[in-house]
Design a protein around this ligand. Structure first.
Ligand code: C2E
Ligand code: CA
Ligand code: CA
Ligand code: CA
Length: 277
């Protein structure tokens, strides 16, 4: 029994080390990643569900670690947030997105990019300056940049109000990402100058099989429309989901049904082929 116990102990230590090593490698790697050009933005089309025409794209960050390979943002973004690295990384994301909008514009493609912004970045005192500079350096009208923040940003409601107000003044749209997964109520949101509610993909994936989720989605759409928010659903994978959303009044969406996130070259080809709205 003792030997077994010992073996088990060894086993867990080794497992632990692997997890720990990986975390260290990610932490260390993040510090060099910008300098070594290891980040890339992928783009997922946002479409008008009925016509399938592209109305915008969401930028999603990709990181290829030299040793560990591709790492999901679900894994490295939290580490970047904990170490503060999210500030320079998030800065790069906004600058890169603005450079891309500009490149597309020069090629005759006018499309807006939605960029994910973490709460830490949003609260950074240089954030507004960064947004302003990124737009002006590329001579971009602000309507081509949209920012996606999560409900966690809303926890500091007064501060958020001021920042969103400033973004509003610049002319930038702000969306609430993963809507419904946090704790903020629609009544709180109704007091914020938010433009768009993004219906979280966890609801979209369950709404065809779970009645409560279906009701929840209907309620979000109804209240959102009444409060004059734009609505967009994420994670649409089937025609049935798209149909349900349209019938209940949500007309924009994104998901694998239309396209996964793809490289700038790939999405450039898609955008070229059609008249972008
Ligand atoms: P998110 O902003 O909620 O993005 C949606 C995620 O769902 C993306 O994962 C996207 O690739 C994935 N997705 C898109 N369509 C479908 C679908 O039809 N089905 C399913 N199952 N998934 C779909 P991704 O790209 O791995 O990003 C994960 C999260 O990492 C994002 O969630 C966002 O919170 C964060 N993230 C990504 N890029 C950035 C960034 O530049 N800055 C910050 N702060 N966070 C980022
Ligand atoms: Ca998002
Ligand atoms: Ca989401
Ligand atoms: Ca998210």
């Amino acid at each position: 029994a003792q030997k077994n116990g010992y073996n088990n102990y060894q086993f867990f230590v080794r497992e632990d080390n692997t997890v720990h090593d990986r975390k260290i490698k990610i932490e260390q790697g993040l510090k060099k990643a910008l300098h070594n050009n290891e980040f890339e933005l992928y783009y997922q089309p946002q479409v008008h569900l009925k016509s399938r025409r592209i109305v915008g794209v969401e930028a999603l960050l990709r990181w290829k670690h030299p040793e560990l390979g591709n790492i999901s943002p679900y894994e490295f973004i939290p580490v970047a947030e904990n170490t503060g690295m999210i500030i320079p990384i998030g800065k790069w994301v906004i600058q890169e997105a603005c450079r891309q909008i500009k490149l597309w514009q020069s090629a005759g493609i006018r499309i807006k990019i939605a960029v994910n912004v973490s709460a830490l970045q949003f609260e950074d005192h240089q954030f507004i300056e960064l947004v302003n500079e990124s737009l002006s350096q590329n001579l971009l009208p602000p309507k081509y940049l949209e920012l996606e923040i999560t409900e966690s940003v809303m926890q500091k409601i007064n501060q958020s109000f001021a920042i969103i107000g400033k973004l509003k003044n610049i002319g930038i749209k702000v969306s609430i990402d993963d809507f419904g997964t946090g704790y903020s109520s629609l009544s709180v949101l109704s007091n914020l100058p938010i433009d768009v509610i993004k219906i979280d993909k966890s609801f979209v994936s369950k709404m065809m099989t779970d009645e409560n989720t279906a009701s929840l989605v209907k309620t979000i759409i109804e209240m959102g429309s009444n409060l004059n928010f734009g609505l967009i659903a994420e994670g649409i994978e089937t025609e049935e989901q798209a149909e349900f959303l349209m019938q209940n009044g949500c007309h924009l969406g994104q998901g694998y049904l239309y396209s996964p996130p793809i490289t700038k070259e790939e999405i450039g080809k898609l955008l070229n082929k059609e008249n972008v709205v």
